[in-house]
Design a protein around this ligand. Structure first.
Ligand SMILES: [Zn+2]
Length: 587
């Protein structure tokens, strides 16, 4: 971390963790903490907590934790300096790139360069659409589709002209290096001879903004029956299609207001709904939805409505996405539009209220899957058995057992099959496909030999720094059994406890994420009352020391009796152990 220490503290002091996390998670206050749905694991009930007093977060479900910087790193998948810069930008603090280490500086410059290139190209395509006589057909096309001037302006829609070298020439004019031009994905290398050509030609252009309102990439759509109908930017250092949702930058506040979000497939579906005042909408950019998409959306809306066309492609796309939502434990409804409609055509034809009315009757996942399956297999006895076979693969994905049994009941009733028989089928499936359950609620790997008392000392140092001098004098840390906790404790002792951002300053001292998580978990819960905290610290310290000494004595006795029994292997083992403990004490 080559950003100067003072800068890091300045940004940390200016940041408020509740404010930072609220950008991507819906938080509600409960007692001293705020709670929300964890963006790092699938859950239905909030176990993700944020403590404004200590400026830390901790998830009781997956044990993710840390300070504002660690949150930004984990959420956006960025490095520490990037997280500091991101927070600095939010709080209007200037950090010069010169302050960074060479490798980080380079990484930054690449990303910033790409955003700049995208910004330039977006401006070019947008102006071209508005002003050029060569864009007349594009303007007519958009008008025919009912896209308003305001929408074209707000979403900076553009037009990429026909011809192979418009952007190639633009890059030349702006003296953009070939390397950077290629990396942007906006031009490609020619196969036969030297030089480059434009990726987007004769297409309506949709700039894709990230959550910070930066242009991350582009989508292009043909205006006729040409193929491919849609073309998107390739993955670049600033564009990850598995995490991007079209329109989220504009829709996020409306998603929070409404408490739910419509997920549509195409750009025009999004723009049309948005234009008709249904602004709590995002588009999936034609790619399959990922669990990252769902977790990002969870930060803005608790409920989601997947909107699909009633054609076969729409239905199978819905079935694919459903698995992801079930795994993530999201409250999801499926809205299948009447035959021959997509969201765009429907809202244009019938208006906003009709769409909302239709959506309010959207099916639950199980109702939807059941209908699709029954339409395929019919309601004969054989048909119903096949439906049951179909359904169990979905039931198994639901981790919430209460929810699962509700669905089992619903299924049994609809199929007129005994509930126990349904449960039996699900169990069979589970036994045959143990991996299908996706039990990603990882057991909290106990990678530290956790002595409760050592953990308590750490928690005490963090929550009651006034005990630190005592802990120092008694040198209790050297008696710690867990190497990891000993390491953490030593780091804590290296930070000035008078500092008013003590805990979060300790956090920035940690050199890995796991250590931060462990610290956050000890810091978030304070099991000691203010009352006689010194007395409690003292008795804790004494107990740790006493137990270690006793342990050593027991070991010596064991060696003596092993020597009597001539068990050389055991003697070796015990002596090694004794040596370890001695070193522990005399370091
Ligand atoms: Zn979690």
């Amino acid at each position: 971390m080559h950003i100067p220490e003072e800068k890091i503290s300045e940004v940390l002091n200016a940041s408020d963790i509740v404010d930072v996390i609220s950008d991507s998670v819906i938080l509600k206050k409960a007692g001293a903490n705020y709670f929300g749905l964890c963006p790092f694991h699938s859950e239905k009930t909030p176990s993700f907590s944020v403590n404004p007093g200590k400026q830390i977060f901790h998830c009781f479900g997956c044990s993710a934790g840390g300070n504002a910087f660690s949150y930004l790193m984990k959420y956006h998948g960025i490095s520490f300096p990037e997280a500091v810069k991101m927070a600095a930008r939010k709080y209007n603090i200037e950090i010069e790139n010169e302050a960074l280490s060479p490798s980080i500086k380079k990484e930054f410059e690449i990303k910033e360069g790409l955003f700049r290139i995208n910004q330039t190209v977006m401006g070019y395509y947008h102006d071209f659409l508005k002003d050029s006589h060569k864009a007349e057909a594009a303007r007519v096309y958009l008008k025919k589709r009912g896209v308003s001037e305001e929408i074209i302006q707000e979403f900076r829609l553009g037009y990429s002209p026909e011809g192979w070298d418009t952007i190639v020439n633009l890059f030349r004019k702006h003296k953009i290096l070939n390397k950077n031009a290629l990396q942007s994905g906006l031009v490609l290398e020619r196969k036969q001879k030297d030089g480059f050509y434009d990726r987007f030609r004769n297409r309506i252009i949709f700039p894709i903004f990230d959550i910070n309102m930066q242009v991350a990439g582009f989508g292009g759509r043909v205006m006729d029956e040409g193929m491919p109908k849609y073309l998107n930017s390739p993955e670049t250092p600033v564009y990850f299609k598995g995490r991007m949702l079209y329109g989220l930058h504009a829709a996020k506040q409306f998603c929070r207001q409404e408490g739910f979000v419509y997920i549509v497939e195409g750009y025009f579906d999004f723009l049309s709904l948005y234009q008709h005042g249904i602004k709590n909408t995002v588009a999936s950019l034609g790619t399959a939805l990922t669990s990252d998409h769902v977790r990002i959306l969870k930060g803005y809306a608790a409920r989601m409505v997947l909107v699909f066309d009633s054609d076969t492609a729409g239905i199978s796309a819905a079935k694919r996405s459903i698995k992801i939502f079930l795994q993530e434990g999201v409250d999801i409804r499926i809205l299948v539009l009447p035959a021959g409609n997509d969201p765009d055509s429907y809202v244009v034809k019938h208006g906003r209220d009709a769409f909302i009315e239709l959506a309010s009757n959207a099916r639950t996942v199980m109702q939807f899957l059941l209908k699709v399956s029954m339409d395929t297999h019919g309601s004969s006895v054989e048909g119903r058995i096949k439906v049951l076979e179909d359904m169990k693969q979905y039931l198994i994905l639901i981790q919430d057992s209460a929810l699962r049994s509700l669905y089992v009941k619903e299924l049994a009733e609809t199929l007129k099959i005994d509930e126990k028989a349904v449960l039996e089928k699900v169990r069979e499936y589970y036994l045959d496909n143990p991996s299908s359950t996706l039990n990603n609620c990882k057991e909290n790997e106990n990678d530290l030999e956790s002595d409760r008392r050592e953990e308590q000392i750490i928690s005490m140092m963090l929550n009651h720094p006034e005990t630190i001098p005592l802990i120092k004098t008694k040198e209790v840390i050297k008696y710690f059994y867990s190497e990891r906790l000993k390491h953490l404790a030593t780091k804590i002792l290296s930070v000035d406890p008078d500092n008013n951002t003590f805990i979060t300053s300790v956090m920035t001292k940690m050199d890995n994420n796991r250590d931060q998580e462990i610290l956050a978990s000890y810091a978030i819960q304070d099991s000691f009352s203010e009352e006689d905290v010194h007395g409690k610290a003292l008795s804790l310290i004494n107990r740790i020391i006493r137990i270690r000494i006793k342990q050593e004595n027991t070991l010596t006795n064991k060696i003596i009796s092993a020597e009597k029994g001539c068990d050389s292997e055991l003697i070796e083992l015990l002596k090694k152990r004794q040596e370890e403990i001695r070193q522990l004490h005399h370091r």
